[in-house]
Design a protein around this ligand. Structure first.
Ligand code: FPP
Length: 258
């Protein structure tokens, strides 16, 4: 009896979710969603588990979120997986996070391929362990012909460094005579950033109740809608992404106009 009730409850929930997904899809969906996945450590602490258990659980949520984003017709999902400042964490934690892309892709790459998801990465590749970079590059190669959702991992990414590097590249092109001062505008500057191939995020989500950007996409988020939730990343579920998009769809974006 209990099992039957549980099943019924799940079926009811999933049909409600299905309805919501269809409703969302009937209205403009954000093209680019960026997520600061925060709260893995606190999730683990609440359960008296090591912090890395929170990261492992967080990895599973990456899969579910990717699949739903793909289903919703979102074009790009950028996930902040590791910042240029995260190297300050204990070595065992950093080592563990650096193994997650391999585990994630070993487990889910076939599913990503089947679902037409294209894997990309932005961040400083040089400092990444070889095994981490190899896994990401293999996934990028194997999914390069997919034209569904772009799953863009921000790994060893920092926005201030990205902007400074773009300034240096602009200066070099200026010195080499490939760029005139009057040609430098927002669009041109954007083309020197790591996100040059993507539209700016329409929606930024941050979990775990922290209300800050933590050096994430500072230029690109200038006109994005923000949605913050107290939910810790490992507890983030389909209904939370749906809620964020519903809120987004009810906001009026004015881009500085009236
Ligand atoms: C922030 O939570 C989370 C991170 C720095 C790591 C995020 C990584 C994942 C969610 C897994 C990524 C998966 C792949 C496939 C790359 P925190 O540790 O700062 O949490 P806390 O603020 O509660 O301590």
């Amino acid at each position: 009896m209990l099992n039957k009730m549980k099943l019924w409850k799940n079926q009811k929930t999933s049909s409600t979710l299905r309805d919501k997904i269809e409703q969302i899809k009937s209205r403009p969906v954000p093209e680019h969603v960026a997520i600061i996945m925060d709260g893995n450590g606190r999730w683990a602490k609440k359960r008296a588990l090591p912090r890395i258990a929170g990261h492992h659980e967080g990895m599973k949520v990456v899969r579910k979120t990717t699949m739903l984003a793909n289903d919703l017709g979102i074009k790009t999902l950028t996930l902040y997986a590791f910042s240029t400042e995260n190297w300050k964490r204990p070595k065992n934690e950093v080592d563990y996070i650096m193994k997650l892309p391999e585990e994630f892709l070993d487990t889910f790459l076939p599913e990503l391929v089947d679902n037409n998801v294209r894997v990309k990465m932005m961040g400083y590749k040089d400092q990444l362990p070889k095994h981490t970079l190899r896994a990401i590059e293999q996934a990028m190669e194997q999914t390069k012909h997919n034209d569904g959702l772009i799953l863009n991992f921000a790994l060893n990414y920092g926005s201030r460094a990205e902007i400074l590097d773009a300034v240096k590249l602009v200066l070099n092109d200026y010195k080499d005579g490939n760029l005139n001062e009057n040609d430098i505008n927002e669009e041109v500057f954007s083309s020197y950033l790591m996100t040059s191939e993507f539209a700016d995020p329409d929606l930024l989500i941050r979990t775990s109740g922290e209300i800050r950007l933590s050096n994430f996409m500072l230029w690109q988020l200038a006109y994005s809608e923000f949605w913050f939730t107290e939910v810790l990343w490992p507890d983030f579920r389909e209904e939370h992404l749906i809620e964020a998009i519903e809120v987004y769809q009810n906001r009026q974006r004015r881009f500085g106009g009236i």
